[in-house]
Design a protein around this ligand. Structure first.
Ligand code: FAD
Length: 391
């Protein structure tokens, strides 16, 4: 059996939630070990669109929801970290766009009037025209209205790589995880036969939390999965576009982000309503057709003759909510030494870490000065989805 280890906080899951938390704990002097059974970021995080929401999207009804309030401070915290003077040093992480845009292809619909009057967006949304328009919309035939939101879009692969750097020697590739108990209480985990003792165990394994909880014999919190059927397009004629295209309803008709492929081409990554219920019901061919039709209607001047298309099915994992609605902020539950949660958004990773740190502070948990870690088998970095699907 491998040498047993001890650490202050043992984290399971190397997506944005686990990696961000890990970096913050280490910066505060705690020792950590982070377990990952696949690749770093390879769950939802590298499949996300990388938008650091400030909540404006959620105010499309005109009503200020809990989500708009909770998320409003996230862009500032991320900006400071990206500038190297925030809670983490993320300088060097690539920013794909300084702004995300709201794009109304026709005239302003009624629901948008109240949207622009709402507290969540007041002072944070400016109309842009001409050369300020996103490159893909700079065309004489473009007729819509475009508003700039103060929401960043990040290159998630470079973010995950930076957080893996900040994890130092504490990353461990793990296959089989079992509970380690003392006096009928969880005191760590047995990882591929190796005992790892910890003051606290945090499950931040995204969709893997449900199975881990079952393996630990814990029933709550329950998890919900909300499926998406995303579309990717890669071609020489595509130009950058980061925008929610508004339809008549409360959800964006399509949300477009654009990502740099290794061969220098741009990849459009399409979500929003296109990827929700109706899109989930379509098979891959029908979903690609729906996306082609949508983009041809919205951006008819883009030559798509050499564009290649693919789709990606992926579930958002979250705490169970009545009616499968989206939860309002990062979620964390505790049971003795076990903490478990979901950030519910990439943008809310700082909020997830805050919640764990608040519990450690409440319990007056101090760094215990553990022995240095031996060299551990390190999990690999995940591959960007566009490289996997459209190489
Ligand atoms: P994950 O990234 O899924 O990480 C969990 C990790 O745990 C994985 O690496 C997995 O391999 C590992 N794991 C699982 N089981 C085990 C186990 N038993 N042992 C060890 N490791 C385990 N949010 C935004 O803020 N902005 C966006 O633009 C955005 N776009 C999105 C687009 C899509 C298509 C999707 C699906 C989500 C999007 N989100 C977005 C939401 C965001 O991606 C997620 O909320 C966030 O990435 C979840 O992070 P996580 O660390 O909890 O989970």
């Amino acid at each position: 059996m491998s040498q047993s280890l001890s650490t202050d906080v043992l984290i399971v899951g190397g997506g944005i939630a686990g990696l961000w938390l890990n970096a913050r704990l280490r910066q505060q002097g705690f020792s950590t070990v982070l377990l990952e059974c696949g690749s770093l970021g390879g769950g939802q995080s590298l499949k996300s669109q990388g938008i650091i929401h400030g909540g404006a999207k959620y105010a499309l009804h005109g009503a200020l929801t809990g989500a708009s309030e909770a998320i409003a401070d996230m862009p500032r915290r991320w900006r400071e970290a990206l500038a190297g003077n925030g809670e983490l040093d993320l300088s060097g992480v690539r920013i794909l766009s300084e702004a995300h845009y709201l794009w109304s292809p026709g005239t302003l619909a009624g629901n948008l009037t109240s949207f622009f009057a709402s507290k969540a967006v007041r002072g944070r949304v400016d109309q842009v025209k001409g050369e300020q328009l996103p490159p893909a919309l700079q065309h004489p035939k473009f007729k819509g209205k475009v508003y700039r939101l103060a929401e960043l879009v990040l290159d998630v692969p470079s973010l995950i790589a930076r957080l893996a750097e900040l994890a130092g020697d504490g990353l461990l590739a793990a296959e089989r995880i079992e509970p380690l108990q003392e006096n009928a209480e969880l005191c760590g985990l047995i990882v591929d036969g190796r005992e790892i003792r910890a003051q606290r165990v945090v499950l931040s394994a995204g969709a893997g939390n449900a199975e881990l909880l079952a393996a630990l014999g814990v029933e709550q919190p329950a998890q919900q999965l909300r499926p998406l059927h995303m579309v990717l397009a890669k071609g020489p004629a595509l130009k950058p576009l980061y925008a929610h295209c508004l339809g008549g309803g409360p959800k964006p008709r399509v949300t477009v982000t654009t990502h740099p492929a290794a061969d220098g081409q741009w990849v459009w990554y399409l979500g929003g309503d296109l990827a929700e219920a109706d899109g989930v019901a379509r098979d891959e061919a029908a979903q690609i057709q729906a996306a082609q039709k949508e983009m041809a209607a919205l951006l008819p001047w883009v030559d798509q003759s050499q564009t290649r298309w693919a789709t990606l099915r992926v579930d958002r994992a979250e705490p169970a909510q009545s009616g499968l609605v989206r939860p309002d902020n990062a979620f964390l539950a505790e049971q003795q030494r076990l903490l478990v949660g979901w950030p519910t958004k990439l943008a809310l990773a700082p909020d997830f870490a805050d919640r764990v740190l608040a519990i450690l502070q409440r319990d007056n948990l101090q760094p215990a000065g553990h022995a240095a870690l031996p060299e551990l088998p390190r999990p690999p970095l995940g591959l960007p989805v566009w490289e996997a699907l459209l190489p």
